[in-house]
Design a protein around this ligand. Structure first.
Ligand code: PAF
Length: 282
């Protein structure tokens, strides 16, 4: 696996792939890789000739009181995992190269960034959209693969690609879960053993919502109340949001039947976890 830190070198490597007539996929990550990331890599390998993974803990998407400094990092382990998957190139730039002095251009995907995680993490999606646009320009992939756990992020990136005519196909991969249902996330490492047990409440409450819908309860308020009660029955949890809405516009709906998303952000101890289920075709 080629390990590329330099932006121009990455673009040259991407041009070489293109000039050979090969199709490439990018899997953007912030590292501390887990099985969920590796599933994205495997999907990318299936659909393209060359796979590039980026690892960049993007300062622009962290708020001033968020976990940028303590975000988990283990580049040596990440490299071994990617080599085992036979990834072709790792792009691993430094923050000062991605955001040199004088940097002042940001991308704001307006309405989609204002709800859900965007409401509690102001500026987060501006940072995400900007770095993803930069990665797309540097790597120029044919396809980019993202996990559906960050469903709002995926919707925002799809919108950006459409609005800015970026010639890239964006593919979502279903959430990869631990055996007990907890969605895989690099941040799960913050949980102590009690919190780790408590964290299963996110998926349980989404399953509860799904069961209620199957039992013909379609009122979003009533489903939200049941989900809320279930989460709060577990000590040490604090709800950031329970969102029931449309998968494309991310606008709340009053009733949910065949299609839609139920998404949660819950603090377990001091760790903020997100999860969602999508009903019907995405
Ligand atoms: O989902 C992530 O890990 C990040 O938000 C991303 C897409 C790599 C941008 O920094």
């Amino acid at each position: 696996m080629e390990i590329i830190k330099d932006i121009h070198e990455m673009t040259e490597a991407a041009c070489r792939i293109r000039s050979m007539g090969l199709k490439s996929s990018l899997v953007p990550t912030m590292g501390y890789l887990h099985e969920g990331h590796l599933c994205l890599v495997r999907l990318a390998k299936k659909i393209s000739d060359r796979v590039i993974v980026s690892i960049f803990v993007n300062p622009a998407q962290f708020g001033p009181n968020e976990d940028l400094a303590k975000y988990p990092r283990d580049i040596e382990r990440d490299i071994s995992l990617l080599e085992a998957e036979r990834v072709d190139a790792l792009f691993y730039p430094e923050a000062k190269a991605m955001y040199p002095a004088g940097f002042q251009t940001f991308i704001n995907v307006e309405a989609l960034s204002g709800t859900m995680c965007g409401a509690s993490r102001p500026g987060h999606f501006r940072g995400v959209a900007t770095v993803v646009a930069k990665l797309f320009n540097i790597v120029q992939p044919d396809t980019a693969v993202f996990g559906e756990k960050d469903f709002q992020q995926l919707a925002i990136i799809r919108r950006m690609v459409e609005d800015l005519n970026m010639p890239i196909k964006v593919i979502g991969h279903p959430i990869v879960r631990e055996k007990d249902g907890l969605a895989m996330s690099s941040r799960n490492v913050y949980l102590n053993s009690n919190e780790r047990k408590t964290a299963t409440v996110l998926f349980e409450s989404l399953e509860l919502a799904r069961t209620l819908i199957k039992q013909d309860e379609h009122g979003a308020d009533r489903i939200r109340d049941a989900v809320k009660r279930h989460i709060l029955s577990r000590p040490g949890t604090k709800i950031d949001y329970i969102f029931i809405g449309d998968t494309e516009t991310l606008k709340p709906v009053k009733t949910i039947k065949d299609r839609g998303i139920i998404a949660l952000a819950v603090l377990v101890g001091s760790t903020r976890l997100i999860d969602n289920i999508i009903l019907g075709p995405v």
